[in-house]
Design a protein. Structure first.
Length: 352
């Protein structure tokens, strides 16, 4: 039986391990979300049923009812219907959206149930309950944003709003970052150290990275990767776009701000070259890390180097599905590694 002293201190390592498992699940759903987007599966399920929706259609009549509901969407009416989509084709896109939502439910349970268990057993270290409740709220917000995003594709357009898609992705990655940071603080607590502080440079690195992730989401929502993608490994598509540094076709008629947010050519251009800014900032971060934790420095260089190569390969492969999915996974991994690196930079070793 736990002593009063151990109850007061909680179980920081146990809670940290649980949070890292949830972080891994968040990475998994980011990957499945990428597949859902790339296969145009996001609006295949036209209703949000938090409990009963976990069970897929089991009879042909149920499948036909789901397909009939999807056939009322703009995506089917304007694109997939004229293309001759069959029920078998529909089942494929339904599968990926169903898996995406099932993972969301699993993450909710994987967070809420252990939280209740640790809370009831008084094993959450002092001062961490508000953080954990905030993480729970972020998870709930993510579910609401996900449905808000899907609704824009069911009733308004052939695809979901690229701004809502960006919000959905960034809330997920913010949750991932918060899970990793909190877990690392708890591991520091178990060593008798204080939690890290976010340094100015750490905040800069995260801001630059999240700007790139925002434009990556706009790229996905606007299908902007395709404006410079051609045959496999056509060198005119990288580092140039259509054989030019600044691509032709940018529509400036709505003004600069509108072009920066809506024009696929300019969005692609910004995402491509903002990546260089990310590499520069994270290279400096890696150099700073060498003084504190060489392994963290190596991990950071490996993460952003791999992600840059995957970005180039995605374009040069003509937006190959699985290379693009690896690129999305690389973005999630880079968020986790960058937040861990910022944690190392802000480490405070004073004992409790």
């Amino acid at each position: 039986m736990a002593s009063a002293g151990s109850e007061a201190a909680g179980r920081p390592l146990g809670v940290a391990r649980w949070l890292l498992v949830v972080a891994a699940l968040v990475m998994a759903i980011v990957v499945v979300g990428g597949i859902t987007r790339l296969t145009e599966s996001g609006v295949s399920i036209t209703e949000w049923k938090p409990v009963t929706g976990a069970i897929p259609p089991l009879t042909e009549a149920q499948w036909q009812a789901e397909f009939d509901a999807y056939r009322q969407t703009p995506q089917y009416i304007r694109i997939n219907g004229p293309a001759g989509m069959t029920l078998a084709d529909y089942k494929f896109i339904f599968f990926w959206e169903w898996v995406h939502r099932l993972l969301a439910r699993l993450i909710g349970l994987a967070f809420a149930l252990p939280l209740a268990w640790f809370w009831a057993r008084r094993q959450i270290p002092p001062g961490y309950k508000p953080r954990l409740l905030l993480l729970l709220a972020l998870g709930g917000l993510q579910g609401a944003v996900g449905w808000w995003m899907v609704k824009s594709g069911i009733s308004q357009d052939v695809k979901v709003s690229h701004f809502r898609l960006a919000t959905h992705l960034l809330v997920a990655l913010t949750t991932l970052a918060a899970l990793v940071w909190t877990a690392l603080d708890l591991r520091a607590l178990a060593r008798g150290e204080r939690g890290s502080r976010l340094t100015g440079f750490g905040a800069l690195a995260l801001a630059v990275l999240f700007g790139q992730l925002f434009y990556g989401a706009l790229m996905a929502g606007l299908r902007a990767g395709h404006v410079a993608a051609g045959p496999w490994f056509d060198w005119s598509n990288w580092p140039l776009m259509q054989g030019r540094f600044v691509p032709a076709g940018i529509d400036w008629s709505g003004g600069t701000v509108h072009a920066l947010l809506y024009d696929p050519y300019l969005v692609h251009f910004v995402h491509r070259w903002w990546a260089v800014a990310v590499v520069v900032v994270l290279t400096v971060m890696g150099r700073l890390l060498r003084r504190r934790d060489r392994r963290a420095s190596i991990a950071l260089h490996s993460a952003f180097g791999t992600q840059f190569v995957l970005g180039v390969a995605t374009v040069m492969s003509g937006i190959s599905l699985w290379i693009a999915v690896l690129h999305q996974l690389g973005g999630a991994v880079l968020v986790a590694v960058t937040i861990a690196s910022a944690h190392v930079l802000g480490r405070r070793t004073a004992a409790r």
